[in-house]
Design a protein around this ligand. Sequence first.
Ligand SMILES: [Zn+2]
Length: 267
Amino acid sequence: MVNFTKIEDNIYVLTDRAKCCANLVIGTKRALLFDTCTGADDMLEAVRSITDLPILVIASHGHFDHIGGSIYFDEVYMREEEYMLFSEYSNEIITGWIKDLCNLAPEDPYTYDCRNWEQFKHLDFDSFDLGELECQVIPLPGHTIGSVGIYIPSKKVLLSGDALTPVMCMNFSNHGPLEMEYRTLQMVLQMDMDYYLTSHHNYKMGKGEISRMIECIEQCEGKRFHEYQYPTPPYTMGWFRLHSVEGEPVGIILAHDAPEVGKKVHG
Ligand SMILES: [Zn+2]
């Protein structure tokens, strides 16, 4: 079952059973669903409980917990750079991950079917209108090279997927170099933005988090990282450094041999 958090008029966070989030933005003519969660819950049904408007669906990037729910829609737009991730996901793998995330027994009959990802279309536009609500597609490369966010100038809101998550994972497939994420954070800091939303929190974050993430990267060179296995699917190994805890923890998880932090001391 999907939980709804109203952030402000016409902006909601939808959280599925697997605790992954999507953003719903409602204009006068159509609605935007940004990300689709894991697929554990029927996201079309969830959206339909709030609005009957036509739906534009965009995926922030290609990690399974953002595209799994694409199966409930005829068309989902995503940047072409993310399509390489499809080859990493079989129906069996995703079925197992969703069972893990939803605490289903291994013998539970639930099975996932990705529909050969045929619902995906290239995200080749950089702005769109929901009806009295202009939106812009903003490249946010780093967490993955084809990550995008959606900026809504009239509300000064940025929907960011995983690209600005305060504990930044740079150890998953299709991640870019740390410098890429650093440039993205610097760009976001200059934006006219009151708050942003991520795909793993149901509350607002702001430039305070962005500044601390920038600091985290600036100060991590030569510092100690700890070997770390991500506790939930896809369980990828990495190297973790916690920067600070001021309400919201800020840290970074790098791939084992991330060349951009060559001096790290192994734990
Ligand atoms: Zn991701």
